[in-house]
Design a protein around this ligand. Sequence first.
Ligand SMILES: Nc1ncnc2c1ncn2[C@@H]1O[C@H](COP(=O)(O)OP(=O)(O)OP(=O)(O)O)[C@@H](O)[C@H]1O
Ligand SMILES: [Mg+2]
Length: 323
Amino acid sequence: MIVMGIETSCDETAAAIVKDTDKIFSNVILTQIPYHRRFGGVVPEIASRRHLEAINSVIDEAVFKSGFEMSHIDRFAVTVGPGLVGSLIVGIVAARTLGKIYKKPVFGVNHILSHLAVNFLFDEISPPYLGLVASGGHCDLIHAKTHNDFEVLSKTRDDAPGETFDKIAKMLGLPYPGGAEIEKIAKRGNPDSVKFPVPKFKDGSDDFSFSGIKTFVKNRIGETPKDKIPDLLASFQKAVAKIFADRIMNAVKKTNCIRVILAGGVISNNFIVSFLSEECAKNSVQLFWPRPEFCTDNAAMTACRGFLQESSLKLIPQPDLKI
Ligand SMILES: Nc1ncnc2c1ncn2[C@@H]1O[C@H](COP(=O)(O)OP(=O)(O)OP(=O)(O)O)[C@@H](O)[C@H]1O
Ligand SMILES: [Mg+2]
């Protein structure tokens, strides 16, 4: 089945044409980062206006690059949430319009499940699996029994991991988005030099929390000499990786599922992925993760999720859509 994915949940306008979970024919991503950078984060009003300006040309380019004609597309898949309402609506209106013109079904898909789905385009993976999405707005650990039967095992109770990287970058005067900037500096540091607090909940929950380690970094920045900042950041990355590893291993024990897939922008972080692959190897857990360019938002993942999904979610923008 040939699926066109359309993704406008945040600050990337993206369209892609994908066959089943087998082949990506085109994958066009127009990022708005330069427009948001001077504000230190995404400005929703600017995001929706930029999507509106870009959506038609991004879709045209995806069709052109794929070598297909619009009439060859069997299904349109579009992100309905979670995301920014004004941004989501641009993609949804575009997909609904194309569906009407070409008389093809339009599938509304969940953005978090799309992040996970990108893994199926590159590796032979089948459910059941555990999926960790560590992105700019979410940290969800999911147990998938099938491609359409999911249980959310834990979520963040405060900041998302990408948000934590971005906020720490801002404290250091680094540009938005801060994840890659922090990784670059942390490469020069020793990850075992600063001891970080370990977040635990009194109720014994396996939920995630990143605000404690963010505040810890904030308090340490002032008293850390400039040449020791790489050590602080390298230790911060290790603290994040340890939280992920701890929750993944607890979930493996709880579910007996030994196949784990990673997704979301924070998974572009080479240190975090290496740490998790070592931990998984020690515990005989299979681990899969996408290449960095498929960790952040793209529409190939939306198309893949649209193919796997049994039925469409409601085609209305859903900012806080639950899985
Ligand atoms: N190398 C890296 N190390 C750590 N974090 C990174 C790295 N590269 C990108 N990030 C972070 O990933 C986030 C963006 O990821 P992504 O595009 O998956 O999030 P989003 O789409 O904005 O959020 P969501 O999917 O939750 O709506 C940013 O917070 C960014 O700082
Ligand atoms: Mg995303």
